[in-house]
Design a protein around this ligand. Structure first.
Ligand code: GDP
Length: 175
């Protein structure tokens, strides 16, 4: 059967507006990148992708905010049932890193303590514009018990790896 899988895991993308959440989402789910920022805001959307994790078939349901964060109004439904999260900042924009505490607090308030969170420093291709050091991000991740990777939705670096690592960790926690 095409739709038979062993596990369904919900993963949410969060972080400041314009850090690249939608492009990480579309790079992973459709291998696509878009230079325009999106024009449609409103309801969150999700796409499922089936992956093999530790020999099991895992249906990953990835949720994107579709811009709700601009209004500081992520719905409770968005977080409901999430077992994983990608907490995204932009390595070229310091304030998106400085605001992580707030995102983490909101995430913790709305999800189970066992949620697997990966800190994602996106836009790693913008090397000449780097404003957040890898060391500072690593320290933040360690302090808060988060996985950590730097990605580029533009050139695809580490996007698949970010999801695979989160899903593997969720699998260990949930199975
Ligand atoms: P969101 O608001 O967090 O969903 O961010 P978007 O995915 O809409 O991206 C915001 C802007 O950053 C768009 O102009 C994207 O083309 C750009 N962008 C997203 N990811 C990357 C990346 O990895 N590298 C570069 N250079 N630009 C990116």
């Amino acid at each position: 059967m095409a739709d038979a899988y062993d596990y369904i895991f919900k993963i949410v993308l969060i972080g400041e507006s314009a850090v690249g959440k939608t492009n990480i989402f579309s790079r992973f789910t459709q291998n696509d990148f878009n230079l325009e920022s999106k024009t449609t805001i409103g309801i969150e959307f999700s796409t499922a992708k089936t992956m093999t994790i530790e020999d099991k078939s895992v249906n990953a349901q990835i949720w994107d905010t579709a811009g709700q964060e601009r209004f500081r109004a992520i719905s409770v439904a968005y977080y409901r049932g999430a077992v994983g999260a990608l907490l995204v900042y932009d390595i070229a924009k310091l304030e998106t890193f400085q605001n992580l505490e707030r995102w983490l607090r909101e995430l913790r308030e709305h999800t189970s303590p066992s949620i697997v969170i990966m800190l994602v420093g996106n836009k790693s291709d913008l090397k000449h514009l780097r404003a957040v050091s890898t060391e500072d991000a690593k320290a933040f991740a360690e302090k808060n018990n988060l996985l950590f990777l730097e990605t580029s939705a533009l050139d695809g670096t580490n996007v698949e790896a970010a999801f695979t690592q989160v899903l593997t960790e969720i699998y260990k926690v949930e199975s």
